[in-house]
Write a protein that binds this ligand. Sequence first.
Ligand code: FE2
Length: 205
Amino acid sequence: MNEQIKPDQAAKDGTKMAETTEGHDEVDATVDTPWAQFMTDDEYYPFLIKKNVRPAFWRWQDLKPRLDEVAADPLRRADRRFIALVNEDTGDAGGAVPSTFIGIQIFNPGEHILPHRHNSFALYHIVQGTGYSIVEGHKFEWERGDTFACPSMGLHEHINTGDEPAIQYVIQDMPARAMERNLVWEEPVGRMFHMVEGDHAPHKD
Ligand SMILES: [Fe+2]
């Protein structure tokens, strides 16, 4: 049990205060948050304004061996066999540009990327192969050149019905969700992951 300290005393000396509300006996309220700052506009805007990220270029000839490598790994649930195209100028956002992710997905003939969903939207463009995807109960049979959209939290799965690896070019707003600290996945169905509150590696057991 924490020793009880009055709020005004706690504010004065910066110590932790024990909540007295019924049921909160064990809760510590943090009084000092030195990271909570004040800034004038003269301070704030120079702090806020960022340099632009540099343009980035990813060559197919460099990407293809990486895709072949992940395609040879055992498929793990809905592990999407992605190679992310990351512009390091986006820092911990991990995007191609600060708010947007590009991933190239490859999966083999007969493979099934199991149903899953996330609160990042996903836009798919078929670069190679034939198959179908089920997005929120809609079956989209696709081939090279086709495009489809999966909305935020839309349940989706992909099946390669062709005789060559299927390759999808995928755009998501995952970095924007991650910067808001609210990125969630459900994978497999019934198992939720929250990037802050939970295990944020969705493909691991
Ligand atoms: Fe997905």
